[in-house]
Design a protein around this ligand. Structure first.
Ligand SMILES: Nc1nc2c(ncn2[C@@H]2O[C@H](COP(=O)(O)OP(=O)(O)O)[C@@H](O)[C@H]2O)c(=O)[nH]1
Ligand SMILES: [Mg+2]
Length: 233
């Protein structure tokens, strides 16, 4: 459909944000996303143990990905501020779940990065422990946003986390990061590779979102999508 054709006013690397075949958000949905993410985003809780989780309240969206995937940059770009990243980078907060209240309508949960150096060990200790229990047992968790770096290979640790998300039976959505750093050809191949993965994982949301926290590519579309999971205004 023409709706999915790249806007010729943008460069080729600014190509399709949505490649899963779902219709793009309406102007009203884009505006709803803009409004929600313009609201105050307030850090309110950090959990290191399962018995320390905050009471379930607002609908939750959790962000996950390998260390260095661009999670802080993406969340800063989504919210247009630095508070979430700063809180999460505080020493001692890197291996816990950090909770943020977005406008009293949606909770954003920053999950620890995985797989940087001691991939298998980290995933075993953190992700199969607290993370898995959180993912499996959280009644308010609406979606996990799983970030993949558009510039590098999908790693074994990413596949291990997908497995875990399948087993936790939580809906997860893929976001490709750093699209500004990838040429159109390789970007299209990466999109196809992730789409193939999505088709193999029944718990995965069918749409792939391609983004750049640097250029802002895809932010309006991702805000619109996540706003659809929050409480109405
Ligand atoms: N070119 C480019 N670099 C990015 C982008 N997002 C993050 N980076 C870089 O990737 C590195 C890791 O980013 P960060 O957001 O700290 O990743 P995190 O560890 O997942 O929170 C930093 O050097 C960022 O500047 C992006 O959209 N484009
Ligand atoms: Mg970070």
């Amino acid at each position: 459909m023409d709706d999915h054709a790249p806007d010729p006013a943008h460069g080729p690397a600014d190509g399709a944000v949505l490649t899963g075949g779902l219709p793009p958000p309406s102007p009203e949905q884009i505006e709803a996303g803009r409004l929600l993410f313009a609201a105050e985003c307030r850090f309110f809780y950090a959990a290191q143990r399962l018995d320390q989780l905050p009471e379930p309240g607002l609908p939750e969206v959790a962000f996950a990905g390998r260390s260095n995937v661009g999670k802080s940059t993406l969340v800063n770009a989504l919210t247009g501020r630095k508070s979430l990243a700063r809180a999460s980078n505080t020493p001692g907060r890197t291996r816990q779940l950090n909770f943020f209240d977005l406008g009293g309508r949606l909770t954003l949960v920053d999950m620890p990065g995985y797989g940087y150096a001691r991939a298998a060990k980290e995933i075993k200790e953190d992700w199969q422990g607290l993370m898995f229990e959180y993912l499996r047992g959280r009644p308010t968790l609406r979606r996990v946003v799983l970030l993949l770096d558009g510039r590098i290979e999908i790693k074994a640790s990413d596949l291990a986390v997908m497995d875990l998300l399948d087993r936790a039976a939580v809906t997860y959505q893929f976001v490709l990061t750093k699209a500004d750093g990838v040429k159109p050809g390789p970007l299209a191949r990466k999109q196809e590779e992730v789409s193939a993965l999505i088709r193999k994982h029944p718990a995965a949301y069918p749409e792939l979102f391609t983004t750049s926290g640097e250029s802002g590519l895809g932010m309006d579309v991702l805000r619109a999508e996540l706003a659809g999971l929050g409480l109405p205004a």
